[in-house]
Write a protein that binds this ligand. Structure first.
Ligand SMILES: [Ca+2]
Length: 209
């Protein structure tokens, strides 16, 4: 196995307008619709110096077509992976997801689990695996949220899709199950093992298969 690469957390800040400028490392300029930065990390692997940025948009609203009394809410999240080159930052991959047109009387949520952003090299090939999880919801009750775990290695995305686990006193647990996509099913056993643990943590105790 190659020596583990250095994973260095450079910045952790809340929203745009925070102290990104305090870093000595230049940051990539994000797309105009990226929204607010939630977290930035950098790491080195066999490809070079990389930066990952997690962002979320504001909630936007519009009037429902044909129903002037109904407002619909939407929100997006993004993740961007950049490689630092002599010519500047080159975007290698991105992840985008959203809740669209959620009736405003319900609760809309589009949220990175930003503190769980993690970098590994579980198969020891020198190429980092970047792990993230996020939740989506549009609901008016305490039902589970949609939960996704995404791992990106060398630009290739692997996903687990399912729901958060909800446990209320006096009732049976609801949700928690995640299903690995075809990329995860073919991934290195160490990655699948890590993925199950990662899902467990992201979902609040659920299982991935
Ligand atoms: Ca790897």
């Amino acid at each position: 196995m190659k020596a583990a690469f250095l994973a260095a957390i450079l910045l952790l800040f809340g929203h745009a307008g925070a102290t990104a400028a305090a870093s000595e490392t230049p940051l990539p300029s994000l797309p105009a619709d990226a929204g607010h930065t939630q977290r930035v990390i950098s790491y080195d692997d066999a490809s070079g110096k990389n930066i990952v940025v997690l962002t979320e948009s504001d909630v936007s609203t519009r009037t429902a077509p044909g129903s002037p009394d109904v407002r619909l809410a939407s929100k997006r999240l993004h993740a961007y992976g950049y490689l630092s080159t002599p010519h500047g930052f080159d975007r290698q991959w991105s992840v985008t997801d959203h809740v669209k047109d959620c009736p405003e009387y319900t609760s809309i949520g589009v949220r990175h689990q930003a503190d769980r952003l993690t970098v590994t090299d579980l198969d020891g090939d020198g190429m980092a695996e970047v792990w993230m999880s996020y939740e989506l919801w549009c609901k008016g009750d305490v039902s589970p949220n949609t939960l996704k775990v995404i791992m990106v290695e060398n630009g290739r995305k692997h996903a687990i899709r399912g729901e958060t686990l909800v446990e209320l006193p006096g009732t049976a647990p609801v949700g928690g199950l995640g299903v690995m996509d075809g990329h995860f099913r073919k991934a290195h056993p160490a990655m699948r093992s890590f993925a199950r643990e990662y899902w467990k943590g992201a979902s609040g105790g659920g299982m991935a298969r």
